[in-house]
Design a protein around this ligand. Structure first.
Ligand code: 5AD
Ligand code: SF4
Length: 420
């Protein structure tokens, strides 16, 4: 989501102010830091990075702090780092060309509605197009700061999404990647009046676009994974067979404390349904360990879900209390040694499961869509079910589909050879 926000800002700056992007910050006229505030660590990192940029930047260059930490700390950022030129919240990015000319501007209104803003076009990849389908989040997970930094959930009108996807496809993208905090809650609310619709209908309309081969999305919410959604996922050939299912915890009690809206049994039931209907689906997840009040038994429930599901990918985090969240002052904080030990155990289990799964892939054949050139004579892409595969090759492969046979196994990238 932050990557797409960055593309939007670059597009506005390029079209309206003639900026071009550079990777060399020492020669830049403007340095933008797009921030995350989901955990505490990146927030601390912001201030150390700001200090470095300020010391090494070109004379007169501006520094802007954007994104979720901008929303949540606001003017405080300028107080702590007075050389910052402006602060631009995650839901105000369309104002990037305005704040550029307003010294010390702080634009962080989380009620600002950008759902119909016609952002100029800029994409860092020609082959895959990120497309926002909603902004904000209406859930109130007790650990999460996002609703306070990105505001209420507003869906982007379907016709705008379909137009954007068609444009990207006409410029060469064969894959689109739909983005939202809760994509399968699409059409919960629009800013104007719109016909009743839902995520399944959006997927159906997008798959009518000629030349569009693959549709991915993130993140769906396990609570909204009804049968209709799973059926569409299973039977629509353009929808890639990889699903992100953020578990957060395997314990029903912790899920309740987190206000996630589902139980361990519901989650397992949805996984079972998905695997029944799409046997080669790959499932990824997010897990928080050591949430306030998480007992050993609760943690064992998470391990149990890991053992039952055997996720293809796990993003795991130690719980980090966040300001303005309900859980900030929950009692029964788990000490940091216990939290670290739980995280290590979970990650080691995942690696063991991943190695076992990967070993069975030797000799398999996957259709790969190539999208990235490495500088060591390899090109990589993904299978429909999201396995990263590289082959020897050059630029001509980018944007192409090829059948690839796996010849060697790595933990995160498999190596193959093109057979067709
Ligand atoms: N502490 C740790 N992890 C968090 N996440 C969100 N908030 C927190 C927090 N306070 C994780 C969740 C979410 C992912 C994007 O970040 O797992 O799905
Ligand atoms: Fe945060 Fe929950 Fe919304 Fe995800 S669904 S962004 S975890 S509040």
């Amino acid at each position: 989501m932050n990557e797409r926000d960055t593309e939007h800002m670059l597009a506005e700056l390029k079209e309206k102010e003639n900026y071009i992007a550079t990777d060399d910050f020492k020669s830049a006229d403007l340095i933008l830091i797009n921030t995350c505030s989901v955990r505490e660590k990146p927030v601390a990192k912001l201030f150390s990075e700001l200090g470095i940029f300020n010391k090494k930047k070109k004379e007169g260059a501006k520094i802007g702090v954007c994104g979720c930490t901008a929303s949540h700390l606001g003017r405080e950022i300028i107080k702590r780092a007075p050389y910052v030129s402006f602060v631009l919240g995650a839901r105000n990015i369309s104002k990037i060309t305005e704040v550029l000319h307003k010294p010390k501007a702080v634009e962080i209104d989380i009620n600002y509605d950008e759902s119909e803003f016609a952002f100029k076009d800029f994409r860092s990849s020609k082959y895959k197009a990120y497309i926002n389908i909603s902004i904000g989040c209406d859930k109130s997970c007790t650990f999460c700061i996002v609703p306070k930094t990105r505001g209420d959930e507003i869906s982007i009108p379907m016709n705008l999404i379909v137009d954007e996807a068609s444009r990207a496809v006409s410029l060469g993208a064969k894959e689109i990647f739909l983005l939202g905090q809760n994509v399968n809650n699409y059409a919960r609310r629009f800013s104007g009046n719109h016909e009743k619709t839902n995520f399944t209908k959006l997927l159906q309309n997008l798959s009518k676009i000629d030349g569009l081969e693959r549709i991915r999305f993130t993140s769906p919410h396990p609570f909204h994974m009804d049968d209709e959604f799973i059926q569409e996922f299973a039977k629509n050939p353009k929808i890639c067979k990889s699903m992100h299912m953020p578990l957060q915890s395997g314990s029903t009690k912790v899920l309740q404390d987190m206000k996630r809206g589902y139980t361990k049994e519901w989650f397992l039931n949805r996984v079972q349904k998905l695997r029944e209907m799409v046997p080669d689906v790959s499932i990824s997840t997010d897990i928080i360990v050591a949430f306030a009040g998480e007992s050993e038994k609760d943690f064992e429930d998470t391990i149990d879900v890991m053992n039952q599901v055997k996720f293809e990918q796990v993003f795991s985090f130690k719980y980090s209390p966040r300001p303005q969240t309900e859980a900030e002052f929950f009692p029964d904080v788990i000490d940091s040694d216990t939290a670290s030990a739980r995280l290590t155990r979970l990650q080691e289990l995942h690696i063991k499961q991943l190695d076992e799964k990967n070993a069975s892939k030797l000799g398999n054949i996957y259709e790969v869509y190539f999208e990235e050139l490495y500088n060591d004579g390899f090109v990589s892409g993904r299978s429909d079910n999201n396995i990263v595969i590289k082959v020897k090759g050059s630029e001509e492969l980018l944007g192409e589909f090829k059948d690839v046979k796996i010849i060697s196994i790595g933990r995160t990238v498999l190596t193959g050879e093109i057979i067709k």
